[in-house]
Write a protein of this length. Sequence first.
Length: 552
Amino acid sequence: MDIIKVPVNQAKQGINQCFIGKEPWQIVSITASSVLLVSWFYGFIFNNDESLVERGKKKFFSLMKMVPSIKNELEKKKKEVVEAFDNDQWERTKSLSYLRNLPPKGLKNEEIIQLVEENLNLGKYDWKDGHVSGAVYYFDPDLQQLLTKVFEKTFFTNPLHSDLFPGICKIETEVVRIAASLFHGDKNACGSLTTGGTESILMACKAWRDYMRKTKGITKPEMVVPRTVHSAFDKAAQYFCIKVIYVPVDPYTYKVDLKLMERAITKNTVMLAGSAPNFPYGTMDDIEAISALGLKYKIPVHVDSCLGGFLTVFMEDAGYNLPLHDFRLPGVSSISADTHKYGYTPKGSSVVLYREKKYRHCQYTVTTDWPGGVYGSPTVNGSRAGANITTCWATLLHFGSEGYVQLTKNIIRTAKYIESELRKIEDIFIFGEPVTSVIAFGSRKFEIYRLATEMDKLGWNMNTLQFPSGVHFAVTHVHTKPGVADRFLKDVRTIVAKLMEKPEKPVEGGLALYGAAQLIPDRSVVGEFINYYIDAMYYLPDEDKQLKENGK
């Protein structure tokens, strides 16, 4: 006890010495200021989502930006980036005029259809012939004709008005039940149809934030997720004020490091997540082990199967084995899967599934005191397009189990063939062990973005990756057509051989900027560049520029 008393007494004496000769108002002022300073310092250290290192880096970079030479250089670079993005969009669209006002009189149907076709023909990639990674997962005129008729009959429907359109609610229930069964949910499994994978993930994150606040009183929620998890989790974190704890992946398997994941769990963890498979590399996290962590710490586990979920559920019947990753694992509490990818439904369709209804309740938004009445909605949107629900349902019925199994068999066979042939090219390497349709690869000999640039010149559109640099190709139904995979492999082999003639040569063009962005330590600058890229999607040229172009 004396060991404790001595420093305490010394501290008291020191404080008393400080106040000798001070008037009462001075003592009060010093005391109040000290308390406020200590309170601020405590909040700065402990009550912030970002670490001291991250905040220190941001402060350092913000101060550096105030240096005139650095500020001027950044402004110059930003201007160049904006012009580059705008010019790219202009080059894609300059052959057509931009509408700026409503026409005085309505256009004829034929004129509108012609304008639609002209706008659709602006893209340079031939996705119907399999030159695009992912994006469009199925195309068939017969299915298109069926869905057009279904859409025509239901485009005015809205499940928000369940009393007007009870059949739409029934159809949505059937879609959810079908999906829950495919992921081995029991009779209690439930869920909702959403507009896409991002909304499905948002809903799951919102549900687990609210559920853990309700059951455990967690007011500073955190989610523990692999670094490779979809960026929609970060969007959910921004929307719902959840702190994201990212866990690194193993540099060889590209699966989440389970030991680090367990260490990242705290008293504020409201959910764990894993990918089956992830978007960048197509590898699958050890969902069984993550499920066990969820049970051990009594934390919900979400499985993101948005990309390949409607492949994995059919792979066993197609002759391919996978580790367990669905509701057969007792720790798995929710699953997201996109019907508009390998379910081949029209865009704007995904499902989020829960083990029990009590979890789905926390997904809902309910307002009880609004003058307009009691209001409740299951997902982000209030009004929802009934036609999206019915076309999803119609697509599922169109293919049936046998149709999906056959399509899955063709896609996985093609993906594994492409993977095996790419592994024979010694100057590139495959990231981990792909489990479904995505094959990611890089190179230790040359800048892999050079390959993406050269493939682009041949009409191939590939997805670029960063940290580390890489590219991936997502195999879809169109790539299973005769000759497409071999044509892709032939072009890759040819380009790799060409690049190895000068392997040290740097990448040029737009991907040079993409590659350089990885080296910028101040990620806020990269964020600004992305803002400009998104702005370019809404690019509207000056009228004089448009008139000059049309006058040619």
